[in-house]
Design a protein around this ligand. Structure first.
Ligand code: CA
Length: 534
């Protein structure tokens, strides 16, 4: 039983084989889910009020989306521009209650909401790397070995076996360009141009690393050559089929200006593709508003309200430039334009983002971590001015884009992505998703289902101790948006919600059993059949 928690001994564990139904019942009583292998069964490992029980069930409900549909060939393939902000909270944009209340107006992005559909319940994974892994693969990040930002694994990211959104769209005939932050691998074979992007400009990791070269101790460690990873982060330029080239060190001088260059290159990419007449997928994971949040010299002081307001104005202007470019090129009507974020707000003091009406920063399972702004515009296709509180997850973008692009979702693996095109097109009021697993790192913190959450764990801030509840906490998000009152009139009498949530959990657990997660740091080549033999 090598999977037992480090603080638990084999002899402390009580094993019990139970029916699926019984396991569902008990799964509503607090858990730290780990899937353990045992022949064809799955085992859920559940600490119960000081004692521990092993619940075993047979996966009777395997709704594996592996059977997900073949491609629906689109008559006309729309371009896709996908802006993915970094640590940009739910409350930042004017249209979400931010903008001027945050010190910087965002009129261009706000106007996108009038021209398209805005979601108030778009959800993501809660850290940079997992969120990007989920978006790119349509699979929970735990599956690809990217459940957390890399802390101890120098070699990380997506194995070549994963099929990314860029690879999928590339196979469907798209030109694919990425300009910005990857955070899915920084070693040979793990760069964006190894994962389906024709071209890439940006950083492999993250923006806090721009602070490293300014520290004497760090630079002396670099001199000492203590680790291949304790080195300055570079800005790269890459093309599919060749090794990316290091352009310059990403330091605090370049940090404020990098999004300017990302924007220029993104615009250049659109211009080139429009000339070629080829549909394109343009992925723009900006570096703002990850700390350090410092405006470009062009915007410094512009809001009169400090760095944050300046940066909001900057982001809005850059997005506006891209929208103008689409208009100038005459391709706005045939372009899906999405503005969203990878996770909830920055939490570092002095760089505090804003989660709007929700509680919590990134790295938590709270709504502030999960819900981010999301606006999609596709003139004539996606209803203009529509606002919806239906649940959509970043996971869903893969299958949705596959549908509109006539691309093919991989059929040989577990896919968590759900095609939401019918919902986005306004053909249906409801989305095709009722809920999802809430992970914080590799830890299953709980389940969100409709307006409810059943949480087994909680952490107030990403670096705090997490609390594990003996009895799960239930929150009615309509009555208690800040998740403060687990046992009130709003929740009492509603514990039935654990049953539909239990269904989701059972399906998820069974799928992890059937296709064990790839371990963090797994080198290429990875093959699931070889992994099973080990
Ligand atoms: Ca992030």
């Amino acid at each position: 039983m090598q999977h037992l928690s480090s603080n638990m001994r084999e002899e402390d564990v009580v094993y019990e084989e139970v029916s699926t139904e019984d396991s569902l019942h008990r799964s509503g009583q607090g858990l730290d889910v780990e899937i353990l292998e045992s022949g064809e069964s799955s085992i859920i490992f559940i600490p119960l009020c000081g004692s521990t029980a092993m619940l075993r069930f047979r996966p009777s409900i395997l709704v594996i989306l592996m059977l997900l549909v073949g491609p629906v060939f689109a008559k006309e393939q729309p371009n896709i521009v996908f802006i993915f902000m970094d640590n940009f909270g739910y409350g930042e944009l004017g249209i979400y209650g931010g903008g001027i209340t945050r010190g910087g107006a965002t009129p261009r992005i706000d106007s996108l909401a009038d021209q398209g559909t805005r979601l108030t319940n778009f959800n993501v994974e809660v850290q940079c790397t997992p969120s990007r892994a989920a978006l790119m693969t349509g699979r929970y990040a735990i599956r690809s070995g990217n459940a957390t930002v890399p802390i101890t694994t120098g070699m990380y990211g997506l194995t070549q076996w994963e099929v990314t959104m860029a690879e999928m769209l590339s196979d469907a005939g798209y030109a694919t360009g990425m300009f910005g932050k990857w955070h899915l691998g920084h070693t040979e074979g793990r760069f964006p141009t190894d994962q389906g992007f024709d071209e890439w400009f940006g950083i492999p990791n993250s923006t806090d690393e721009s602070l490293w070269p300014g520290q004497l101790q760090f630079m002396s460690v670099v001199e000492e050559n203590l680790s291949p990873y304790a080195v300055p982060e570079y800005i790269y330029e890459g093309r599919k089929g060749s090794t990316p080239i290091k352009i310059k060190i990403y330091d605090s001088v370049i940090r404020p200006e990098i999004d300017r260059e990302i924007t220029d290159r993104a615009i250049n990419f659109m211009q080139r593709q429009a000339k070629e007449g080829k549909p394109f997928f343009l992925y723009i994971p900006y570096t703002q508003t990850h700390m350090p949040v410092v405006p470009s010299s062009e915007f410094a002081g512009k809001s009169g309200n400090g760095d944050w307001g300046d940066v909001l104005m900057q982001i809005d202007a850059y997005v506006g430039e891209m929208l103008d470019t689409l208009d100038e090129l005459g391709i706005s009507d045939n372009t899906i334009f999405v503005f969203t974020s990878d996770n909830g707000p920055e939490m570092l003091p002095g760089h505090n983002g804003w989660s709007g009406p929700w509680r919590g920063s990134y790295f938590t399972g709270l709504e502030g971590s999960l819900r981010v702004p999301f606006i999609m515009r596709w003139p004539g296709k996606v209803p203009a001015g529509r606002v919806s509180n239906e649940i959509v997850h970043a996971l869903d973008m893969l299958a949705t884009f596959a549908n509109v692009a006539g691309a093919k979702v991989p059929g040989d693996r577990v896919i968590d992505s759900i095609d939401q095109s019918g919902f986005f097109f306004g053909n249906q009021e409801k989305s095709n998703r009722d809920g999802f697993m809430v992970y914080v790192g590799a830890d299953l913190f709980g389940i969100k289902w409709r307006n409810w959450k059943m949480m087994f764990k909680e952490v107030e801030r990403g670096t705090d101790h997490k609390r594990t509840f003996d009895f799960p906490r239930f929150f009615n998000l309509y009555n208690d948006p800040k998740e403060e009152y687990p046992l009130t009139k709003a929740t009492a009498g509603h514990f039935w919600v654990r049953w539909p949530m239990g269904e989701l959990l059972t399906e998820h657990s069974a799928s992890l059993q059937m296709e064990p997660p790839i371990k963090p740091g797994t080198p290429d080549p990875y093959s699931p059949s070889e992994a099973k033999k080990q």
